[in-house]
Ligand binder design. Structure first.
Ligand SMILES: *[C@@H]1O[C@H](CO)[C@@H](O)[C@H](O)[C@H]1NC(C)=O
Ligand SMILES: *[C@@H]1O[C@H](CO)[C@@H](O)[C@H](O)[C@H]1NC(C)=O
Ligand SMILES: *[C@@H]1O[C@H](CO)[C@@H](O)[C@H](O)[C@H]1NC(C)=O
Ligand SMILES: *[C@@H]1O[C@H](CO)[C@@H](O)[C@H](O)[C@H]1NC(C)=O
Length: 439
């Protein structure tokens, strides 16, 4: 029992650190993970009511599996061959001293500058378990220690939704930017059409963090008539519409996910192989051109210095990856469906990372802060307001003071809001509340 609890604590710390790297999470987050909600209790909906929901999780927010048959190993203790798929994410071994080397070598992507495509490392096949089901986003590990969207899904189930039927998830390979998700978007479209047919109602799309960007890309690539028919609305929780400054830090000096056992320089190897991190660099819409994202003793890097930034950190591929994927965020086209844009504000969030002369091979020595949700700046989160003038479908903006980036998926405020939206009892007073002082 004690061991189990310790393992759980370790995993929870990992998870907190993963998603909320720059500061501590609030206590109720822990309470939710240790004492997950139960139910169903008094369902307010019955199965013939309520629009079906598809959930798209945030970065590293669903399980990933791999099958190995590797030509060579980085360490003799690493697994060379597996008979079947094994869990690559989230697996506690990842956070052990040698395990981390094996893990990096298994999940790293290889980028080809000619084809501008990324592929798995030689001898690794990967797959995302549970498409169309919810287990892979409810808990990140397969023994259910780390609850991610479990609280949210359970609150929908308590309302009368049915797991894997009227509420489903669309997990994805979060190492890839949306331009490399063609097959995923194809499956997502089929899933939505299938649910529409089964339940005879248009579908709600619900995204968290990075998942909101994938949903925006998806919606932008569907004909308006398709959206009018199949989509009820888009609920976005913590969408980073103007990118995240944190991605520059992750690419420069790595991030050990807050786990002190892990050397950030090592994890940086893996973090630089994704196309996700370069995709979400902060944009011009969110930041004035003179804003300094990264400050070093020899140079101050702004939006116009990305080429130099990638060259100085010796990661030229990053420049190409950004060139290929930046269009979605730099244009930020309106989704063309009714939007509920929900995010936290009022929490100090790093907007400038200050390095000493060891840049980029050491962690920042200082930070400057601005308003945000502790991970993403309000400047980025609030860009959805611009859609009000760009589409005829309604755009509701709901700001929650003090609500952090990860906490948003556990918060009673958010869950109650989602309840009201799907029950049809949403009122505009939600978006007016943001103007009230929080006392
Ligand atoms: C569900 O709702 C429908 C339509 O409002 C109603 O006819 C039916 O009796 C309800 N079923 C239950 C189990 O409450
Ligand atoms: C990149 O792709 C091209 C075209 O398929 C291929 O000829 C080349 O060998 C690849 N480069 C590497 C380093 O694999
Ligand atoms: C970077 O910007 C800061 C603040 O504006 C300034 O004090 C510093 O001298 C600048 N450093 C360089 C290398 O330009
Ligand atoms: C939010 O909290 C209130 C009071 O504790 C509770 O009655 C309600 O069921 C909660 N709502 C959700 C959606 O969890």
């Amino acid at each position: 029992m004690k061991d189990c609890l310790e393992a759980r604590v370790a995993l929870v710390l990992v998870l907190v650190a993963l998603c909320v790297q720059d500061s501590d999470s609030s206590m109720f987050w822990f309470v939710n993970v240790f004492f997950p909600p139960v139910g169903p209790e008094d369902a307010k909906l019955n199965q013939s009511e309520g629009a079906p929901i598809v959930i798209v999780p945030g970065n590293i927010g669903n399980q990933l599996e791999g099958k190995l048959n590797k030509p060579s190993l980085v360490h003799w203790l690493c697994m060379k061959k597996t008979h079947d798929y094994v869990t690559l994410w989230l697996n506690l071994n990842t956070f052990m001293p040698i395990g981390i080397d094996c893990w990096i070598d298994n999940v790293r992507l290889v980028y080809n500058q000619t084809t501008r495509k990324s592929t798995n490392a030689p001898g690794v096949e990967t797959r995302v378990p549970g498409f169309g089901k919810t287990f892979s986003v409810e808990h990140l590990d397969n023994i259910q220690l780390t609850g991610y969207l479990h609280t949210l899904v359970q609150s929908l189930v308590n309302l009368g939704y049915v797991r894997d039927e009227t509420v489903r998830a669309a997990p994805y390979d979060w190492r890839f930017a949306s331009i490399e998700q063609e097959e995923y978007f194809h499956k997502l479209k089929n899933l939505i059409e299938e649910m529409y047919t089964s339940y005879r109602k248009p579908v709600y799309l619900l995204g968290h963090s990075l998942g909101c960007l994938h949903l925006l890309h998806f919606l932008n690539n569907q004909p308006q008539a398709w959206k009018d028919k199949f989509i009820h609305g888009f609920i976005s929780l913590g969408g980073l519409w103007g990118g995240a400054i944190k991605s520059l830090r992750v690419l420069a000096s790595g991030d050990n996910y807050g786990v002190s056992l892990l050397p950030p320089m090592k994890v940086r190897i893996q973090q630089r192989t994704t196309t996700t991190n370069p995709w979400i660099l902060p944009t011009k819409q969110a930041w004035p051109p003179e804003h300094i994202f990264i400050s070093t003793p020899t140079y101050n890097y702004t939006y116009d210095d990305y080429r130099k930034f990638f060259s100085d950190i010796e990661y030229e591929d990053g420049w190409f990856k950004w060139q290929d994927s930046k269009e979605l965020l730099s244009n930020l086209p309106a989704p063309g469906v009714e939007v509920y844009c929900v995010y936290g504000i009022g929490v100090p969030t790093p907007v400038t990372y200050i390095y000493d002369e060891h840049f980029p091979n050491a962690q920042p020595v200082g930070f400057l802060y601005e308003d945000g949700d502790n991970t993403v700046s309000t400047r980025s989160l609030s860009l959805c307001k611009g859609w009000k003038e760009q589409q005829k479908q309604k755009v509701h903006v709901i700001e929650y003071p003090g609500l952090q980036h990860l906490d948003i998926v556990y918060s009673n405020q958010t869950l109650t809001l989602i309840e009201d939206i799907v029950l049809g009892s949403y009122s505009e007073s939600y978006s007016e509340r943001q103007h009230e002082p929080s006392n």
